[in-house]
Design a protein around this ligand. Sequence first.
Ligand code: 9MR
Length: 494
Amino acid sequence: MGANALTPPGTRQSAGGLRRALIAGALGVLGVASVLTAQVPADAAASTLGAAAAQSGRYFGTAIAAGRLGDSAYTTIANREFNMVTPENEMKIDATEPNRNQFNFTQGDRVYNWAVQNGKRVRGHTLAWHGQQPGWMQSLSGSDLRSAMINHINGVMAHYKGKIYSWDVVNEAYADSGGGRRDSNLQRTGNDWIEVAFRTARAADPAAKLCYNDYNIENWTWAKTQGVYNMVKDFKSRGVPIDCVGFQSHFNSGSAYNSNFRTTLQSFAALGVDVQITELDVQGASATTYANITNDCLAVPRCNGMTVWGVRDSDSWRSGDTPLLFDGNGNKKPAYTSVLNALNAAPTVSPSPSVSPSVSPSASPSASPSASPSVSPSASPSASPSVSPSSSPPPDSGACSATIETVNSWPGGFQSNVTVRAGSSAINGWTVKWTWTGGQTISQAWSGDLSTSGSNVTVRNVSYNGSVAAGASTSFGFLANGSAATPTVTCTSP
Ligand code: 9MR
């Protein structure tokens, strides 16, 4: 492990440092002798993992099991500490499509609703995987399995459309050794099954970040890591829509944490994808190892956040390893404190974004022909109480029009999607503008080039979505702080 891994990046100002500077500035302006002797308040370090991660624009999540939602000790900790939720099993294939083309979102919605009702966002897990396939899917092969996979992705993503922060589209597709693909019924449908899954997913829900998720890809020197890296590089070069890579980070004696994890995260991010730590647990829960992992994420701007795979040790899929941040009695372990301290030492993010940041997916929002669903499942109405899509009437400039809708909201923030539609002629380039009236600020945007000036927002097309055929549409999305709003948006095309 890196000897200096506990040291926050020295060139940036810490949250506490920033607060001290602001206070010193305020005192200086006052220029009153008596206040100069006033004590500067102690740093108001955040006291929960979610709040501490939010200071640097990141999230801190946990896996949630629907079956434990009746346990108040569990939900109290989960609600207090975490602001991102991954359903541990409830959105997997066997849970969501137990019989072919009969979708069931009962358990998935339980976890989703608990999360959203408590102001948390949700990572979807997982759409295409060799594991936890229902019996009917296990027995399929060839083109029948391929179309069942596509149909499954469409069915599940339609139900949760606009509500999921990021989806683990494909899970664990690489072999444990050698750097190649894992043999599975999905792999035997053809090597292109992964990109077909991603193209299908992009078309099904353009607002979700699309992740490839796997374990044992944290160590930069391992062949499996390089295999996945090469796949992502290839996808980016060919425009296959991938936005993020999930590093499960199940560390144990056979797959120990190595300080080159930071190199891995940086290297993947340099390909133009976000990186996320998606299922973290550490055998024995060394406080130092947990701090090192946290600092690895904090050192990489495109590391969006971290998720631990369970709340208390007793909730873990490998509870005998006591790998989590809370013991079986719900007490904070030393690893909890080391993670919290590392998060609190991270630099804060500026609240005024000026340019489209990191998320922008590389893919065209239009589906590839191979991704069109063979069956079009009808999604049951979603149960989210806090999502209230509403659109402003599209002012028609003739060349293009734009519609804004809220696709998710939580206390203090919301996610929106903006659809840009060409008029009766094709357009080549578009600009969408609006003005916030409630002090909202955009923290993250994708599929658009964002610039802001005070409350005025301008979003221009990016390279891959400027050309829109007559009557056709494309879209971009963003996350914002403040109260959800649907201002009047205008669209112009040069
Ligand atoms: O934690 C999950 C456990 O409850 C299930 O029994 C198991 C079945 O496959 O899946 C566990 O979660 C796995 C995750 O979905 C994918 N990465 C590995 C996780 C731990 O096995």
